[in-house]
Each structure stands twice: as structure tokens, then as C-alpha cells.
Design a protein around this ligand. Structure first.
Ligand code: M6R
Length: 608
């Protein structure tokens, strides 16, 4: 949550900072600001609202300074307002700082600093850092930052500038991402390398407790003690197109359309000599065979991918599997032994609750696999093994392609466990793999053919106040994701229920025209789902059914049918979730919502 950027080099910083902030807006967008070294002082401008509003204000200034920092915010401490927008400055205005994270002991530090005469102008936790820097500053901004960080408790990515050190940006981090890159025209820092993708693809992912002193002529890296360290360069193979909409009206639609590619890339190289191989997990088949309990831990959409994995791991590998919301798991006392596998799923690899759950599980002796989309992210670094989901950068706040990447990766993991346990024979693995690979083409067909039926259903539901998503088995897991997509981008209240639970309560909600979206694809529980549909229909519900092509009977029970290609039930999450993504987006567009940046949300949830 929150994105920070910085640039020092030969070019005016203003435009570079704005471009970086625009690319980081997925991390938060309630206010934004920059601080630029202009002449011998700092010019600091902030605005409530999106980066575009800051950009508009800055068009009246046109600063020429070549060193500065910027921030786009998702409010934690203090409401979204101009005063609470970063950068925050010291009393004299000589030092400005941007921060991503939470300073947990800010209240006591603020009291202490106010006691010594510092005047605060915001309600944020971050402002204490500016005042601590002011007290510690003796001509070396990095040294002052090291001193300030010795006082603060919490998570932070910090970048600071000082008008007494022209051309210098001081940077550090703990539990919040910081990426640094050297371009031809200067040095860049950001919360995510997407901000600097047109300047360099060779970046340094700063480690916890490491510091950088960035200048136009180079970057020095030091550790907590101030000793020089060798930076580890990571090359990221990203295309500049990732930062652009590529002709689509929004990133969400672009990312939905990338899903066939995600499936193919996630599967590439996984079947070696007819056997499944996930070398990154670094476990022998014998060690895999010993696993006797699996927990999948995650939040939000990633949790829904975990629900699908539970069905697959139990179904194929016959290993008892629980899928738990990370924020619950971390505060329970789950049964963990050395043969327990914990699978942590996180698109961003930064989610605070998932990270805390990983740490807890490892302390208790579990082996932890991470499934993440971000190379070098905390989830990747803190897990014993990691599978990358190959979705590439996801910018829309609502996860789509990363979800599919997670589902495919978890499907492979379930097959691998079944292979190691001898529960699936090699010929079965090969058949499953082939069918899994075919889903790329099936998703392509859905994208090409389903638009009219999805838009018709969306128009019928757009004015509803509530909606229910129902399904059984895999369909229940898919329903949860369908409901989340709808509520987060259209603000329409939606809940998901296993269809069989309807008559234990939720059916009381149904009255004339109430939308019920049913996952009614051909599966072992198809007839049961149809009975549940009929019960809702009999009470006036308007039924939208996601059904298997060729199923003419379903038309008797549903008002709107979205047909998708037939796949094995185990792979139905891959195909059936795509029309639900498009359905949610179509309703959000009908309702005039910003599908890429829904209110109150941010892409990376780095706070508890
Ligand atoms: O980065 P993560 O996968 O750990 O994020 C978890 C959730 O915050 C995320 O899936 C969220 O629910 C998305 N907005 C869903 O579209």
C-alpha cells in the first residue's frame, strides 16, 4: 500500500516522478505529492485525490530540479487529505521524506518530538521520520536515516531528500519493497520496478536493513552498520507494454485477455520426459511423499485459489488439506508437524497477514512453499521454495490473470503431490497435463465468444442492490471469487454460498428479480445445482447460469445462460472464472465505476 518513487540525475525530476507515480497508482490513490530540490530549497506539492490531480497542479510550476521523491497514498494513519499526503517535511522544511508501511511506535515518538518543540502538520505516522531525520542530520542524510531507523518500529520503505545535500536521495527499507535501478540518465528508486521500466530492467531489490545513497553519478549501498555492500542485480524481463493499456479501455480487460498466455507460460517446461517437474520446490519425491497435511494460506482472491487447491490436493493426492485466510491462521494454533506443508499464495508477495503466517508456520516447523507473482518479493524470499505464477505485472486492483496463474500453479502442485504419493500414474499425469494445457485455448474461445451473453446478463443485473453466487464442489469455490470480483469493482453487494446451503438461510433473501448467479457446469453435482436453482427460481430469483455448451436443458431454469466450453470438473475453475470476471467488469462499467482503481482498495495490502 502506497507507492514511493525517487529520481536523481540529469533530467528534470518532475515528469519522471509523475510518470512513476502514475504507474504505482495501483498501490494507493487517495492523495499524492512530490518534493523536488529546486535551487537551494525543497519544493513540496501535495494534492488529495489521484496522481492526475497532482499532475494538473504541477503543470503550473514546471520545476527544473533534477532530484526528488514522490508518493501515492493509501491512507492508514490519518484520513485522505492534502495535509496527510506525503512527502512530509521537517520543521524547517529542509528535509522531505516519503514512506510506504506503518510506523508502529509513532504515537510515543510524536509525543517525545513534540516535547522537544517539533511542530507536526499532519496526522500521519510518517511525519515522525521527517522530524527524527532533522534531529539526527549532521551533513550526511544516509547516516541520519540510519539513526532515525534505530528509533522506529514497524515496516517501512523510506526515501528522503535534503536541501543541504543537492542531488542525494537516502533510501532504506524493512518489510516494505524498495527497488533501485541505474539508468543512463540517472538513478531511480521505487516501490516496484514498473515505475522505472523504461530506464532499466536491471534492478537491485534492496534487502531489509540495507541503505542506499543515490546520486546522479552512482549509488552506494551499505548495511545497518554503515559497511559497504555489493548490490545483487536482478534482471527483470518485462516489456514496456506492461505499463500500458495496449489499446484496451482499462488494465482489467487487458489482463483478462492475457490469461491464455498466462496458462501457457505457467505450464511451459513443467512436463519433463512425461513426468511433472517443479524443481524450484527443492524437495525430492521421497520428501514430497512424506507430506501428510497441507495448509493453503492466503487472502482475498488468492484465498479463493486456495479453495480450489484444497479440492484438487485432497481429490488427487489424498492429503488432508485446509485452506485458511492468513489473518486467521496466524492467530490460531494450527496443528503443524515437520511433515506439514504450508502453501502461501500471494500475487504481490507482500501481503502482511500472509507473510506473518509464513513466519509463524516456519517457526512451528512447517515447510513453506510460496506461490507468488513477484520475483524477489518477501513471500518468495521467506519461503523454502517458490513457484512464480508468470502472470507478469498485474496493475488492475482486481486480480484476474494472477488468479488464473495461481490456480494453474496450484493444480500443478496437486498433481506433483499425487505423482509423489503414487496416487496418479504417469499416463494419468500426462493426460491431465494435456487437458490443462488445452484450457488456454478454451479461455481464448470464452474471450472471443461470450461477450454478448455476459453483457446481456450484466445489463439485467446492473440495477440490483444485492446478488448471490452459488455452486457446489468446484463451483462453490468459483462462486466466492465471482462474488468478490463483483463487489470490489461494482460496489454491488454480493455473497457466495455453497448451493446446498441456500435453504439453510440465504434463500430468505430471494424475492422477485433477485440475481442469483449459478455455476452450473456439467460436473458430478450438476443435478443438485439445478435443483437449488429451481428452488431460487420458484421464489422469483433472476437466474444467470454459467453452463457447459450443449446443455439446452439449463435454459428452462435460467433467465440468462453464459455457455463455456466443456472441461474436466477439476479444471472448471480456470474456465468458469473468466466469464465471472467479465460479468463483474461489465456491471461495473454499466454503473460508471472505475474498474482499475476501485474505492478504498489498494493492490498490495502491507498492513494488518
Ligand atoms: O497480493 P495478494 O495476492 O496477497 O493479495 C491478496 C488480496 O488482497 C487480493 O487478492 C485482493 O482480494 C484483490 N483485490 C482481489 O481482486
Amino acid at each position: 500500500m502506497c507507492g514511493i518513487v525517487g529520481y536523481t540525475g540529469k533530467r528534470p525530476a518532475q515528469g519522471i516522478l509523475i510518470q512513476g507515480l502514475t504507474r504505482l497508482e495501483y498501490r494507493g490513490y487517495d492523495s499524492a505529492g512530490i518534493a523536488v530540490q529546486e535551487g537551494d530549497s525543497l519544493a513540496v506539492i501535495h494534492r488529495k485525490g489521484k496522481v492526475a490531480s497532482l499532475e494538473h497542479t504541477l503543470s503550473h510550476f514546471d520545476f527544473q530540479g533534477t532530484c526528488g521523491v514522490g508518493h501515492t497514498r493509501w491512507a492508514t494513519h490519518g484520513k485522505p487529505s492534502e495535509a496527510n499526503a506525503h512527502p512530509h517535511t521537517s520543521c524547517g522544511g529542509h528535509i522531505a521524506v516519503v514512506h510506504n508501511g506503518i510506523i508502529e511506535n509513532f504515537a510515543e515518538l510524536r509525543e517525545e518530538l513534540e516535547g522537544r518543540g517539533h511542530v507536526f502538520t499532519s496526522e500521519t505516522d510518517t511525519e515522525v521520520v521527517a522530524h527524527l531525520l532533522e534531529e539526527a542530520y549532521q551533513g550526511d542524510l544516509v547516516a541520519a536515516l540510519r539513526d532515525a531507523c534505530s528509533r522506529i518500529v514497524g515496516a517501512y520503505g523510506l526515501a528522503a531528500v535534503c536541501d543541504m545535500e543537492p542531488g542525494v536521495i537516502a533510501v532504506t527499507r524493512k518489510d516494505s519493497p524498495i527497488v533501485i535501478g541505474q539508468g543512463e540518465d540517472g538513478a531511480y528508486v521505487a516501490s516496484d520496478m514498473i515505475a522505472m521500466i523504461d530506464a532499466t530492467r536491471d534492478v537491485v531489490i534492496l534487502g531489509d536493513g540495507e541503505y542506499a545513497r543515490m546520486t546522479a553519478s552512482g549509488i552506494e549501498y551499505t548495511d545497518e552498520a554503515g559497511c559497504a555492500i555489493e548490490p545483487r542485480i536482478t534482471h527483470v524481463d518485462w516489456d514496456l507494454d506492461l505499463a500500458e493499456k495496449g489499446g484496451y479501455p482499462d488494465f482489467m480487460l487487458k489482463e483478462i485477455h492475457e490469461q491464455p498466455r498466462v496458462i501457457r507460460d505457467t505450464l511451459a517446461g513443467r512436463l519433463v520426459n512425461g513426468a511433472l517437474s517443479i524443481d524450484e520446490l527443492d524437495l525430492t519425491p521421497e520428501e514430497l511423499n512424506l507430506i501428510d497435511r497441507v495448509y493453503v494460506i492466503a487472502c482475498g482472491t488468492s484465498y479463493h485459489a486456495g479453495l480450489i487447491a484444497k479440492n484438487l490436493i485432497e481429490g488427487w493426492a489424498r492429503i488432508p488439506t485446509e485452506c485458511e485466510v492468513a489473518s486467521e491462521f496466524r492467530y490460531r494454533n494450527p496443528i503443524i508437524t515437520p511433515t506439514t506443508l504450508v502453501v502461501a499464495v500471494s500475487q504481490s508477495g507482500e501481503t502482511a497477514d500472509t507473510l506473518a503466517a509464513i513466519r509463524d508456520a516456519r517457526v512451528k516447523g512447517a515447510r513453506v512453499f510460496g506461490i507468488t507473482n513477484v520475483v524477489g518479493s518477501p513471500v518468495a524470499r521467506e519461503s523454502d521454495g517458490v513457484i512464480y505464477t508468470k502472470a507478469n505485472k498485474e496493475i488492475a486492483v482486481a486480480s484476474t490473470k494472477s488468479f488464473l496463474g495461481q490456480v494453474v500453479s496450484l493444480t500443478l502442485l496437486a498433481m506433483l503431490l499425487a505423482q509423489a504419493k503414487g496416487k496418479l500414474r504417469m499416463n494419468q499425469i500426462r493426460l491431465l497435463f494435456r487437458e490443462l494445457a488445452d484450457t488456454a485455448e478454451q479461455v481464448e474461445r470464452i474471450l472471443a465468444e461470450c461477450k454478448p451473453s455476459i453483457e446481456e446478463a450484466a445489463r439485467a443485473c446492473k440495477d440490483a442492490r444485492n446478488a448471490l453466487f452459488i455452486g457446489r464442489g468446484m463451483g462453490a469455490a468459483i462462486s466466492y471469487e465471482g462474488a468478490l470480483k463483483l463487489k470490489e469493482i461494482s460496489y454491488l453487494h454480493a455473497e457466495a454460498y455453497p448451493a446446498g446451503e441456500m435453504k439453510h438461510g440465504p434463500i430468505a433473501l430471494i424475492d422477485e428479480g433477485f440475481p442469483v448467479i449459478a455455476i452450473a457446469t456439467k460436473s458430478p453435482v450438476y443435478d443438485k445445482v439445478v435443483s437449488n436453482l429451481q428452488e431460487s427460481k420458484a421464489r422469483g430469483a433472476m437466474i444467470v447460469a454459467v453452463a457447459t455448451e450443449g446443455d439446452e436443458d439449463i435454459k428452462q431454469h435460467a433467465d440468462h445462460v453464459i455457455y463455456i466450453p466443456k472441461v474436466r470438473d477439476a479444471f472448471s475453475a480456470i474456465t468458469a472464472s473468466v466469464p465471472l470476471q467479465l460479468f463483474a467488469r461489465a456491471i461495473a462499467i454499466e454503473r460508471g465505476c472505475d474498474v482499475d482503481q476501485p474505492r478504498n482498495l489498494a493492490k498490495s495490502v502491507t498492513v494488518e
